[in-house]
Design a protein around this ligand. Structure first.
Ligand SMILES: CC(C)(COP(=O)(O)OP(=O)(O)OC[C@H]1O[C@@H](n2cnc3c(N)ncnc32)[C@H](O)[C@@H]1OP(=O)(O)O)[C@@H](O)C(=O)NCCC(=O)NCCSC(=O)C[C@H](O)C(=O)O
Ligand SMILES: [Mg+2]
Length: 278
C-alpha cells in the first residue's frame, strides 16, 4: 500500500466559499469538507452543492474527504448521493456506533469512520473490521460531551478512548487520526496535544484552522534527527545481517528486525513528504 502522509487533516465548512478556495493554497495533507456540524441546517442543501462543485474542481496534491450527515438525519441520504456523484477520496461518517451502519453505506469509496460516542469507542474493533473502512477518526469534542467529561489540557480523561481507537485501527491496518484542538490561541497546548497523539500512535491530527497546519506537519512528520537515526539503524542492522547475526547494537541499544522495519517506514514517509515539497 502506498505511503500517504496524513499529518494534517483540515476541516472546512462546505458552506464557506472562502475556506473552500483558500484550502487550495494551504499545506494540509488532507481536507475534510464538512456537511455536518459546521453547517447550519438551513444552509445544508446549498453547502452540499458547493462541496460537490469544489470536489469536482479538484484539490491537486491533497486527499479530499467529504463528511456527510448521519443516515438518520434529514440530509444523510442526499449527502451520500452527492458523494457518489462527485467522488471524493473518502467519505467521513460521523458518530459511527456499529459496523452495520458502515455496511449500509458501502459505496466503493473509502470510508473514514468517526469514533465520537461511548458506544462508538466500545464498538471500534468491529467498526474497524467492517468492509470499506480505511481510517478511524477521533471526534473528541462530541466524545467529551457524551462522557460528561471536561476538556482538560492533558486529555487524561480521553486516554482510554484514544488508545483504544489507535489499537483497533492498527489491528486492521487502518489510518488513525486524532481529534481537533478547539483553542485556536493555545499554540503550546496544541503542540503538546499533537505530540501526545503522535506518541499514542495516531498518524495525524484533524485541524480546524490553517494556523494549526505547520505544527501538525512538523510533529507528525519525520525530523532530520529521526532520518539520521533511521539511516544508522538500517546500516547497523544490514551489517549485522551480512555477518549472519539477527541483531545489532547501536549506541548501546539493541536493534532488531522490527527497528529496521520502522526505520524503513520513516525513511519512506520522509521521501514522500519531500516529494510533496511540504
Ligand atoms: C474557526 C473559524 C470559524 C475561524 O474562521 P475565520 O474567522 O475566517 O478565521 P481567520 O480570519 O483567522 O481565517 C484566516 C484565513 O484562513 C481562512 N480559514 C479559516 N479557517 C479555515 C479552514 N478551516 N479552512 C480553510 N480556510 C480557513 C479564512 O477564510 C481566512 O482566509 P483569508 O480570507 O485568506 O484571510 C474557521 O477556522 C472554521 O470554520 N474552522 C473549521 C470549523 C469546522 O469545520 N468545524 C467542524 C469540524 S470540527 C468537529 O466537528 C469535531 C468533531 O466532530 C468532534 O466531535 O470532535
Ligand atoms: Mg463531532
Amino acid at each position: 500500500m502506498p505511503t500517504l502522509p496524513r499529518r494534517s487533516v483540515l476541516y472546512l465548512p462546505a458552506s464557506n466559499a472562502r475556506a473552500l478556495e483558500k484550502a487550495r493554497e494551504l499545506e494540509a495533507d488532507a481536507l475534510i469538507i464538512d456537511l455536518e456540524d459546521a453547517v447550519a441546517p438551513e444552509a445544508k442543501p446549498r453547502a452540499r452543492e458547493m462541496a460537490t462543485e469544489a470536489i469536482r474542481a479538484g484539490y491537486p496534491g491533497k486527499e479530499v474527504a467529504l463528511r456527510v450527515n448521519a443516515a438518520d438525519t434529514p440530509w444523510g441520504d442526499a449527502d451520500l448521493e452527492a458523494a457518489y456523484r462527485c467522488g471524493p477520496d473518502a467519505i467521513v461518517l460521523p458518530k459511527v456506533e456499529t459496523a452495520q451502519e458502515v455496511r449500509e453505506v458501502a459505496l466503493g469509496i473509502p470510508l473514514w469512520a468517526m469514533i465520537e460516542t461511548p458506544r462508538g469507542v466500545l464498538a471500534a474493533h468491529e467498526i474497524a473490521a467492517a468492509p470499506g473502512v480505511a481510517a478511524l477518526v477521533m471526534g473528541t469534542s462530541d466524545l467529551v460531551r457524551d462522557l460528561r467529561a471536561r476538556p482538560v489540557p492533558g486529555r487524561e480523561n480521553l486516554l482510554y478512548a484514544l488508545s483504544r481507537v489507535v489499537t483497533c485501527a492498527r489491528a486492521h491496518g487502518l489510518e488513525a487520526l486524532d481529534g481537533v484542538h478547539l483553542d485556536l490561541e493555545d499554540a503550546e497546548g496544541f503542540e503538546r496535544a499533537c505530540v501526545q497523539g503522535r506518541d499514542l500512535g495516531f498518524g495525524g491530527k484533524t485541524l480546524i484552522h490553517p494556523r494549526q497546519i505547520e505544527t501538525a506537519n512538523r510533529v507528525f512528520g519525520v525530523s532530520p534527527e529521526e532520518v539520521a537515526w533511521a539511516r544508522r539503524v538500517l546500516e547497523a542492522y544490514r551489517a549485522a545481517r551480512a555477518e549472519g547475526k539477527g541483531v545489532a547494537v547501536l549506541d548501546g541499544r539493541l536493534i532488531e528486525n522490527l527497528h529496521a522495519a520502522e526505520a524503513e517506514r520513516l525513511l519512506e514517509l520522509d521521501r514522500v513528504i519531500r516529494e510533496r515539497g511540504t
